[in-house]
Design a binder for this molecule. Structure first.
Ligand code: GAR
Length: 203
């Protein structure tokens, strides 16, 4: 049984989708054994507690550098014997030290079709730019900002009547379906990396 830690800064709707997928058996061979946040009031922490998953907060203000912060995080993840780190709305860039500690075992979800609109405002940036198609991306994390190898990606059309809220909601629906799928493929060892390409072999 692989141990997953989910890192979340906010609402945690993706965390909820992952917890539900473990519960329903849509994710096999793994369980969420830890939820970490950088914010004391993250609703994700309440969702974890409701599912009896242990939580811990690492507050940036208590560390003087990003390196120190990530060092403490990695030490804790390793002590908890975490196999896979899943970022679900965790709004911090990981240091190279963190990335090297979990090679190809850190996943992230992003609300746009990367490499378009990386960063903290993927939905708003796509809407403001006026693109007609956007979507969501699940990728392995590397040292860059939303630049790692893409595992799964799905598109949706932006309609003229879309608002930030309607688009965000439709992207969330996509995310909640795609993230559990990507995690399940990863824990079952179905993703093969060839250069930047993630080849999925799910026979
Ligand atoms: C998600 O839409 C995720 O794609 C985004 O934060 C949201 C978290 O929602 N992540 C990023 O923008 C990362 N750059 P949630 O807390 O309800 O899961």
């Amino acid at each position: 049984m692989k141990k997953i830690a989910v890192l979340a800064s906010g609402n945690g709707s993706n965390l909820q989708a992952i917890l539900d997928a473990v519960e329903s058996g849509a994710i096999t061979g793994a369980a969420v054994t830890l939820v970490i946040s950088d914010k004391l009031d993250a609703f994700a922490l309440k969702r974890a507690a409701a599912s009896n998953v242990p939580t811990k907060c690492f507050l940036p203000a208590e560390y003087s550098t990003r390196e120190e912060y990530d060092g403490a995080l990695v030490t804790y993840l390793q002590a908890m014997q975490i196999d896979l780190v899943v970022l679900a709305g965790f709004m911090r860039l990981l240091t190279p030290y963190f990335v090297a500690a979990y090679p190809r075992q850190i996943m992230n979800i992003h609300p746009s079709l990367l490499p378009a609109f990386p960063g903290a405002h993927g939905v708003a940036d796509a809407l403001a730019y006026g693109v007609k198609v956007t979507g969501c991306t699940i990728h392995f994390v590397d040292e860059g900002m939303d630049t790692g190898p893409i595992i799964l990606q799905e598109a949706l059309t932006i309609n003229d009547h879309d608002t930030m809220e309607s688009l965000q909601q439709r992207i969330h629906e996509l995310e909640h379906r795609l993230y559990p799928q990507a995690i399940d493929l990863c824990v079952r060892g179905k993703i093969k990396l060839e250069g930047r390409r993630c080849l999925i072999n799910d026979n």
